[in-house]
Design a protein around this ligand. Structure first.
Ligand SMILES: C[S@@+](CC[C@H](N)C(=O)[O-])C[C@H]1O[C@@H](n2cnc3c(N)ncnc32)[C@H](O)[C@@H]1O
Length: 229
């Protein structure tokens, strides 16, 4: 497998066997997907939901089981991923938007829930800071932003050990090293994970006061941040 030039082309290709590849390449993938519903406050009933970097819709899929009547807006740079979502969610109210996050117009005070599963690590530091501000402005009062992702600084000392642990996980799931080699090429070209400390700082700068890291098993983490008055 060869990495492509853009995020959109890369994920058009990745869309072909997406979920199986994610389960085999991302430790805790299914646990971190489940956090999107399990970690929400009881009685939280979002009517408007934005899925940033929806991919093939695995986060939205979990949400539709709890909130079948909500309106879903799903944003992704990959048209192939959106085409898949169009068929997958034909029984739900969905708006599909083919856009990079930087070009997406976030509605003000609109969404009850904004989710991002394994997508924001593709953004630069400056883009993450700017997106967190936009997400805060786009949430309705008491709205929640929830995110699952890899959260480690690539320049940190612990990153080398992290790569070893990750490689051991991926090696268990594939007979040869081809997938790990591709994964590292993808990681070097497209992935910019950052630490939980940085995420918390940028969320606070974006306006969030209530932030909880509910899973932080090694560096595969989930957080939720609520917009308060
Ligand atoms: C690893 S997939 C995650 C998909 C899904 N959310 C999940 O949890 O499995 C990342 C997705 O985010 C999209 N993506 C990454 N960076 C993006 C950006 N800057 N703007 C729009 N979409 C982006 C990719 O096209 C891809 O479909």
């Amino acid at each position: 497998m060869i990495v492509k030039d853009t995020i959109a082309d890369e994920f058009n290709e990745f869309s072909k066997n997406y979920t199986e590849d994610m389960v085999k390449c991302v430790p805790y993938y299914l646990d971190l997907l489940n956090c999107f519903t399990e970690e929400l406050p009881k009685n939280f009933q979002p009517k408007t939901i934005l899925d940033l970097g929806c991919g093939n819709g695995n986060v939205t899929n979990i949400l539709t089981q709890m909130f079948p009547d909500a309106e879903y807006t799903m944003v992704d740079a990959s048209q192939d991923m959106l085409d898949f979502c169009n068929k997958r969610f034909s029984n739900y109210t969905i708006n599909l938007v083919n856009s990079y996050f930087n070009d997406f117009s976030f509605s003000n005070n609109y969404y009850d829930l904004i989710v991002a599963g394994f997508s924001l690590h593709h953004c630069t530091t400056e883009d993450k800071k700017s997106i967190y501000k936009k997400i805060h402005a786009s949430l309705a009062q008491n709205g929640i932003f929830a995110c699952s992702d890899l959260m480690i600084d690539k320049t940190s000392e612990e990153h080398i050990a992290h790569l070893e642990t990750w490689k051991a996980f991926v090696s268990q799931n594939f007979d040869d090293t081809e997938k790990w080699t591709w994964l590292m090429e993808h990681y070097n070209q497209f992935d910019r994970p950052e630490s939980t400390i940085d995420h918390k700082k940028w969320l606070e700068q974006g306006g969030f006061k209530q932030i909880e890291f509910t899973i932080n098993d090694t560096y595969w983490a989930h957080f939720k941040a609520q917009k308060n008055a």
